[in-house]
Design a protein around this ligand. Structure first.
Ligand SMILES: [Zn+2]
Length: 331
């Protein structure tokens, strides 16, 4: 790491301390990340090369490539789908991944996290440029946490910092307890979230073209509530959990918004479908997990965050790790 990168790290950690409090600080973090990415980030041809190494390994292992929606409807053995969750920090590297998929004619599904708080909206043009670069076999979807987005936008004026402060205040716990005690209030709230979800999916289609799938985002509500669920009591905990993106995105609500599917919900004990991920730069672990899943002839959805290859730390590189390993069926 060079000197300017060290300085950026110190500056970033200071801004992070403020980051939970205001949207201005969050916007500053996003800009620092881009600056750090410019200092430490990889050239697009590095990303293209790393993805090419992975694709060669997968082809050698007998994989066939599908979009996330196609994989969900037919999780055939050794089918592989690439899921990209694209946050603001992922936009730049997202272009390199898109280029690599297009040149190799391998499907990719990009889920855009464009409609959350003011920060994401301020990058909607950049999200649009990424979506405009799609041609088949690239698919675009929405990356979303509907309850978080509804609350941030309708009650906190798009200010994620103010929302985070509320989530961690006694007021939020009182709100949950009230909904747990009053079913009609809980239903009315869910109806309001659904209305805003339907509206936001329509806006996504108008802006980026046809979409048929959503990918659940972890969300602030989940992050704030998970450590507190046990202390909340069973009813409030159940209400809280039902507001997380993945359980909230039921088939009925997806249908109401004109969407076919949520790409998180194909799993289950009987399913041949599995998802694995780069998990914050754990490339070595990801390579092992992919090999294990392919040995078991699973259909694999590989969740990648483009930023992982553009300015963040990785514990190994795909090209080196895969050169040292062998295709699982050629042992
Ligand atoms: Zn996300």
């Amino acid at each position: 790491m060079n000197q300017s990168a060290g300085f950026l790290d110190v500056l970033k950690s200071r801004v992070y301390a403020l980051g939970r409090r205001s949207s201005l600080a969050r916007a500053t973090i996003a800009r620092l990340r881009r600056l750090r990415s410019a200092v430490l980030g990889q050239r697009p041809d590095f990303i293209v090369g790393e993805l090419a190494a992975l694709l060669a390994f997968l082809r050698d292992s007998g994989c066939v490539f599908r979009s996330c929606t196609a994989l969900g409807s037919n999780p055939e053995p050794l089918a592989m789908a690439f899921r990209y969750d694209v946050h603001v920090r992922d936009i730049s590297a997202g272009h390199a991944f898109l280029q690599a998929h297009r040149s190799q004619q391998v499907p990719a599904s990009l889920f855009l996290f464009w409609d959350y708080s003011g920060l994401e909206h301020s990058y909607s043009e950049q999200f649009g440029a990424l979506a405009a670069a799609r041609i088949p076999p690239i698919e675009i979807g929405l990356h979303d946490s509907p309850v978080d987005a509804h609350l941030i936008q309708s009650r906190f004026g798009y200010d994620r910092g103010a929302y985070w402060a509320w989530l961690n205040s006694p007021d939020a716990m009182t709100w949950l307890a009230t909904m747990a005690a009053d079913n009609s209030q809980f239903e009315a709230f869910n109806d309001a979230v659904l209305q805003s979800f339907v509206f936001r999916v329509r806006a996504t289609k108008e802006r980026f073209g046809v979409i048929s799938a959503v990918a659940a985002h972890g969300g602030d509500l989940r992050q704030a509530l998970l450590p507190k669920l046990q202390a909340l009591g069973p009813e409030a905990a159940q209400v809280g959990r039902s507001l997380f993106a993945e359980p909230w995105l039921t088939p009925e609500r997806l249908a109401a918004a004109g969407l076919a599917t949520c790409v998180d919900n194909y799993g289950g004990a009987a399913s041949n479908w599995c998802q694995t991920s780069d998990r914050g730069g754990d490339i070595a672990g990801m390579v092992q997990r992919i090999q294990n899943l392919l040995r078991r002839k699973k259909a694999v959805q590989l969740l990648l965050h483009p930023f992982t290859w553009d300015g963040t730390k990785r514990n190994g590189e795909l090209s080196q790790l895969l050169r040292a390993s062998r295709a699982p069926f050629k042992e």
